[in-house]
Design a protein around this ligand. Structure first.
Ligand code: SF4
Ligand code: SF4
Length: 389
C-alpha cells in the first residue's frame, strides 16, 4: 500500500490492530502516526489516500442497503443489451455495475426533466427529498459535470436543486467493462474509467469490486464500514489493469474506424468549416425531435412556463432543445437561427468551439447516446470526420 503526502511517499504496516489497519508515518509534518481507519490525528486530511481495497459483492449489497436510509439510491439495471437507472428497493440485489454507461444520462438526477421552481411567486419550494446516490456512474457521464457545474453552480444565480444534489449526493462510480456500439470517449481524451468526480469508484473483479476513494465523503464511507472491506491482492490488481487496457484499446479501435479527428483539432475544424455546406447536407436527415439534446449528459438548456398547480399559480422548468425551431426566437418574432442547418451547426459549435473557449473543456464526452437516439441516423462521429475533409 502506498500513501502519498504532498511531499513524500510512505509505505508501512500497523501492528496496533488486527484487521485492515495501516499506519501512515508522516515524517514531513510532525512524526505523528495515523491509522487510516482510526485517525489518531485529524491532520491526516492533508494526506491523499490511494490504497486499494476489495469488497465482496454480498458486502456491497449490504453497504448499498445501509445507504438507503440517507439517500435515494439509484442503480443501473439490465434493460435489453444495456442498462437503465431505477431506485434500489429493500433487499434488492438485482443491479449491474459494469458494462457501459446507462441509457439515461446522469443529469436526470441533478437537473430534472420537469421541475416546479416557484409557487405563488415564491421561489422557496419545500423539498424534503433525500439526496441522490448514483451507483455505477461511468467516466463519460462524470466528465459531463464539468459543463453542468459551470452552468448551474454560482453563488448568486446558481440552481438550488442542482447545487443541493451535487453537494449532498453521493457518487459510486465504476469502470466500464464493455464497449458500446456508439462509444468514442477516448477520441475526446477520456479514459473508460473514472479519474475524478466520484466519492468511491468500483473496478469489477471476480465476486466483487476493487474500491478507490475519491473524496472525503468516500473515505468517510469506507472508514465507517471498514469491516466490509479487505485489502486487494495482486491478482485483483492485475485483473483491473487488464480490463482497463482491453476496454480502452477497444474504444480506441472503434473511434479510429470512424476516423474521428483528434480532440485538440476539433475547435479549429469547427471554425474552418463554419460556412461549409456540410451543415445543410447533414440537416436534411434531421426531423427536429430534440432527442440528441435531451439524451446528452452535457446539454443543459431549459424553458420556463407558468401553469396552475394544486389551485396555485406555479412556474415550471423543463428541458429544452436548441434543435427546435423556436428555441432562439425573441420577442417580436425574430429568430436568429430560423433554418434547421443553422441550429445543427450551433449544436456542434457549442460543444466543440464555445465550451473549449470558455471552459477549456469539450462539451461532448463521447458517450454516443445521441447517435443511438437519433431517428434520422445522424452520427456525430461521422459529422466530425467530415469536418476533416
Ligand atoms: S453530443 Fe452525443 S456523444 Fe457527445 S456527450 Fe452529448 S450525447 Fe454523448
Ligand atoms: S436526434 Fe437527430 S433528428 Fe432529432 S433533433 Fe437531433 S439530429 Fe435532429
Amino acid at each position: 500500500m502506498l500513501i502519498f503526502s504532498d511531499k513524500n511517499v510512505f509505505s508501512s504496516d500497523c501492528s496496533n490492530c488486527n484487521y485492515l489497519s495501516y499506519t501512515i508515518i508522516n515524517t514531513v509534518e510532525s512524526m505523528n502516526v495515523f491509522c487510516f481507519f482510526k485517525p489518531l490525528d485529524k491532520r491526516a486530511s492533508h494526506l491523499y489516500f490511494f490504497a486499494m481495497l476489495f469488497i465482496k459483492r454480498s458486502n456491497f449489497d449490504q453497504l448499498l442497503e445501509s445507504l438507503t436510509g440517507d439517500y435515494r439510491v439509484y442503480v443501473p439495471r439490465l434493460m435489453g443489451d444495456g442498462t437503465g437507472y431505477s431506485l434500489l428497493g429493500e433487499s434488492d440485489t438485482n443491479y449491474e455495475i459494469g458494462k457501459i454507461r446507462s441509457f439515461d444520462p446522469l443529469k436526470s438526477f441533478y437537473f430534472l426533466g420537469r421541475e416546479k421552481v416557484a409557487e405563488d411567486f415564491k421561489p422557496d419550494i419545500p423539498r424534503d427529498d433525500k439526496p441522490p446516490c448514483i451507483v455505477g456512474a461511468k467516466a463519460c457521464d462524470l466528465k459531463g459535470f464539468k459543463v453542468l457545474d459551470f452552468v448551474f453552480i454560482d453563488d448568486e444565480f446558481g440552481d438550488p436543486t442542482y447545487m443541493k444534489a451535487r453537494k449532498e449526493g453521493l457518487i459510486i462510480s465504476a469502470d466500464c467493462t464493455g464497449v458500446g456500439e456508439t462509444c468514442f470517449c477516448t477520441a475526446i481524451g477520456i479514459d473508460p474509467w473514472p479519474d475524478s468526480e466520484f466519492d468511491i469508484n468500483l473496478s469489477p473483479v471476480d465476486d466483487g469490486f476493487i474500491v478507490t476513494t475519491g473524496s472525503d465523503k468516500g473515505r468517510d464511507l469506507v472508514e465507517s464500514n471498514w469491516k466490509l472491506f479487505v485489502e486487494e491482492d495482486d491478482a485483483q490488481a492485475n485483473a483491473v489493469k487488464q480490463n482497463r487496457d482491453t476496454v480502452k484499446s477497444d474504444v480506441m479501435k472503434r473511434a479510429q474506424e470512424k476516423r474521428i479527428p483528434v480532440a485538440d483539432r476539433l475547435k479549429r475544424l469547427i471554425d474552418k468549416q463554419y460556412e461549409s455546406e456540410i451543415w445543410k447536407d447533414v440537416s436534411e436527415d434531421c426531423v427536429e425531435c430534440g432527442a440528441c439534446n435531451t439524451i446528452c449528459p452535457t446539454c443543459h438548456c431549459f424553458l420556463l412556463y407558468d401553469q396552475k398547480s394544486d389551485g396555485k399559480l406555479a412556474r415550471f422548468r423543463i428541458w429544452d432543445s436548441c434543435m427546435i425551431h423556436d428555441f432562439a426566437r425573441v420577442a417580436g418574432g425574430e429568430n436568429p437561427r430560423d433554418r434547421l442547418w443553422m441550429r445543427l451547426r450551433n449544436r456542434f459549435d457549442k460543444k466543440f468551439n464555445y465550451f473549449p473557449e470558455v471552459l477549456n473543456e469539450i462539451g461532448c464526452t463521447g458517450c454516443g447516446r445521441c447517435v443511438a437516439a437519433c431517428p434520422g441516423k445522424i452520427d456525430i462521429r461521422e459529422v466530425l470526420a467530415r469536418l476533416e475533409v
